[in-house]
Design a protein around this ligand. Structure first.
Ligand code: MD5
Ligand code: FE
Length: 206
């Protein structure tokens, strides 16, 4: 089943439920190669979310700015290959939402511990903004806020649960959004953590 959260934003409740156990196990495996780390914004503030990436490039931030990089600055090695299961899941979700040609080249993996949040922002670091972003929520729930194209537009809130997938396309692709501090609670597959996978199409030969 699918629900429109907003113009262009398609919620597929539980779409990834069947894959979820494998996804969580695969995140653990990937993090042995490319460890979770807390990155700093260009302004010098530490994010509360820990991140890693897989695929041809990964999103990175430090004092030099927000960007996609081919090698992991922490290890100097390339990011781990995107697992086929990740690609298949993201492609299937995008197809369900009306994007049969979505071909993600990067997957950002966010890990939220209790209290971690993500302030209101837009995802503008991708050179391909016609493609959607596919996000997969795993573990403890999160209250997600999304507004409009202006930071001052009113926000709607929506709780995202283990296995929920959202395909952010069309107008919503560039909408302001954020995540409220994650509550301290327990999920059998992730303990106190929430994970979010975001699949993105990046064209540049970085
Ligand atoms: C998360 N991550 O739950 C979210 C899921 C990020 C991020 O925001 O940048 O890593 S992706 C949510 C998203 C993407 C593009 C547009 C919109 C939401 N939106 O219009 O609300 O960790
Ligand atoms: Fe975002």
């Amino acid at each position: 089943c699918r629900t429109d959260l907003a113009e262009g934003a398609v919620l597929l409740p539980g779409f990834a439920e069947f894959w979820a156990g494998q996804l969580v196990a695969t995140i653990q495996r990937l993090s042995l190669e490319a460890p979770f780390r807390v990155m700093k914004t260009p302004g010098g503030r530490s994010m509360s979310v820990a991140t890693t990436s897989c695929g041809d490039c990964g999103w990175y931030t430090d004092e030099k700015g927000y960007r996609y990089v081919r090698a992991d600055p922490l290890t100097g090695k390339q990011w781990p290959k995107m697992p086929d299961m990740f690609f298949e899941l993201a492609s299937a979700a995008a197809k369900e939402a009306g994007y049969p040609d979505f071909s993600p080249s990067s997957c950002l993996i966010n890990r939220y511990e209790p209290g971690a949040k993500m302030g209101l922002h837009q995802d503008r670091d991708e050179d391909d903004q016609a493609s959607p972003i596919v996000s997969v929520s795993l573990g403890v729930p999160a209250r997600f806020a999304f507004g409009g194209l202006l930071k001052t537009d009113a926000v709607q809130r929506h709780d995202l649960f283990h296995g929920d997938v959202v395909v952010w396309g069309g107008i919503s692709r560039l909408a302001w959004h954020g995540v409220s501090p994650v509550r301290e609670t327990f999920h059998p597959q992730t303990g106190a953590m929430r994970y979010n996978l975001t699949f993105r199409a990046i064209n540049a030969a970085l």
